[in-house]
Design a protein around this ligand. Structure first.
Ligand code: SF4
Length: 444
């Protein structure tokens, strides 16, 4: 049976610019192998959704909205066409399709009558983007929708517009003719990729941790000892190394310093590269920067239980942690948080508060702990360290996501639940993992 190649859609253009493997997977990949969006992406998607709803309300109140993606595509096509024939001033979530692919523009605004158009009117395409700045990918997406409308209805429109996540409520209009050469080159490269049966191959980039296809790519990068797991190497370095026949960590280990200097690495880069090779060979995470070896020395893993987390978020109330769990070495400890009428939450634990460095995972625990700390009467103040942020910014490992359970799954193939107790244990594991990596360095 012939393999299904999925049609080209708007996001293919941005995917191609960011990662060719991603664009290829969206054409050829098995959708059952897609991973669910991680929490950071879900938060961003929800923000995007909120922005879209707010703009639809403020700018397009009463505009015609085409039935959503759950509806049969033929009905969506028909409804869009009828709305264009009627000359609706604005059409939200219109749907257009040609043999090459399809698109669902956020907004189609009436430009005016167009005798050359088969529906009698012409529409310009608008996209709502959470981002503060206009990106090439956005322009390419709008160019694609505009081309689909032109091919389907023979309308001639040369501009598109963008409603960005900035304070400016006015749309940013772009002359698509200024980008037509780039668009043509990108579209032809994209179609060439679509028609290629072999995947271009994964390459570890920051976006991997939230990509749908990380479940397919990450194991592959590890199994093949992929060169992109070395953060010092840019795509240009990688291309030069490939041309010399150096394709994995083992090859790079054999590469001499003069060769590495020749392809553009500095002596400092080479030092970092050698450290990270050592880390990879020892199953430790490569680091993007150099740090003190004792950065996490004498640290304590801390987490909290928030029994009201789901209701508090829903009712917009304060989070009310009830217990703190912490690990010093392998020893677990629990502290009850004290609440009394009209008094802020407090703890009674000189032992925890006399530690020098408390390590948390994520801002929720840190901000709840900061409130407690503010009202504690202990003489010294421990430093608070967010290991989530540290991993996000400095660790270059093929982790299948940035949630604590993803990281622990990667480190020791174990599942954890969301209780404070389990999270404190997991943070302790993560501290050991990062500490071992910090120690695995030639320099101090
Ligand atoms: S996981 Fe990374 S390499 Fe794979 S498709 Fe996604 S972004 Fe590209």
């Amino acid at each position: 049976m012939a393999k299904t190649i999925h049609p080209t859609v708007g996001h293919h253009f941005g995917d191609f610019l960011m990662c060719k493997q991603k664009a290829w997977m969206h054409y050829h990949g098995d959708p059952r192998k897609k991973m669910p969006p991680p929490i950071n992406l879900r938060v961003m998607q929800a923000e995007g959704q909120r922005l879209e709803t707010a703009i639809y309300k403020s700018r397009y109140e009463g505009a015609y909205k085409v039935p959503g993606i759950a509806t049969d595509r033929r009905l969506r096509l028909e409804k869009t066409k009828e709305a264009m024939q009627r000359g609706e001033p604005a059409i939200l979530q219109g749907y257009v399709e040609t043999p090459l692919g399809n698109g669902t523009p956020d907004v189609m605004e009436l430009v005016g009558l167009d005798p050359g158009s088969s529906v009698g009117h012409a529409y310009r395409v608008g996209e709502i983007k959470r981002s503060q700045t206009l990106m090439t990918a956005h322009i390419m997406q709008v160019s694609w929708y505009t081309e689909l409308l032109e091919q389907t209805y023979n309308q001639k429109v040369t501009e598109g517009f963008f409603l960005l996540g900035t304070r400016n409520t006015q749309p940013h209009t772009e002359n698509l003719q200024d980008h037509v050469a780039d668009y043509k080159i990108l579209k032809s490269a994209l179609f060439e990729l679509r028609d290629t049966t072999a995947a271009p191959g994964a390459h570890l980039i920051p976006a991997c941790t939230s990509c749908d296809w990380r479940g397919v790519c990450m194991p592959n990068l590890i199994d093949t000892h992929h060169i992109s797991l070395l953060p010092t190497l840019t795509p240009n370095h990688v291309a030069s190394l490939h041309s010399l026949g150096h394709n994995n960590w083992q090859d790079i280990k054999q590469t001499s310093d003069p060769t590495l200097l020749e392809i553009g690495l500095s002596p400092f880069d080479i030092e970092m590269l050698r450290d990270n090779l050592k880390r990879l060979h020892n199953g430790l995470p490569p680091l993007k920067h150099q740090f003190r070896k004792d950065l996490l020395a004498e640290s304590v893993a801390v987490s909290m239980n928030f029994p009201n987390i789901s209701t508090a978020r829903k009712d917009k109330k304060d989070l009310r942690p009830t217990s703190i769990y912490w690990y010093a070495g392998v020893e677990p400890h629990t502290i009850k948080i004290l609440y009394s009428a009209n008094a802020p939450p407090q703890i009674n634990s000189d032992e925890l508060l006399s530690k020098s460095l408390l390590v948390f995972f994520g801002g929720t625990d840190i901000s709840a702990f900061t409130t407690i700390l503010k009202h504690s009467h202990h003489n010294t103040r421990p430093k608070l360290f967010d290991i989530f942020q540290f991993i996000d910014q400095n660790v270059h490992a093929p982790i299948p996501g940035l949630e604590l359970r993803n990281i622990i799954q990667y480190i020791n193939k174990q599942d954890i639940d969301q209780t404070g107790q389990q999270r404190a244990w997991a943070i302790n594991q993560v501290i050991s993992w990062i500490s071992a990596s910090l120690l695995c360095s030639q320099t101090s």
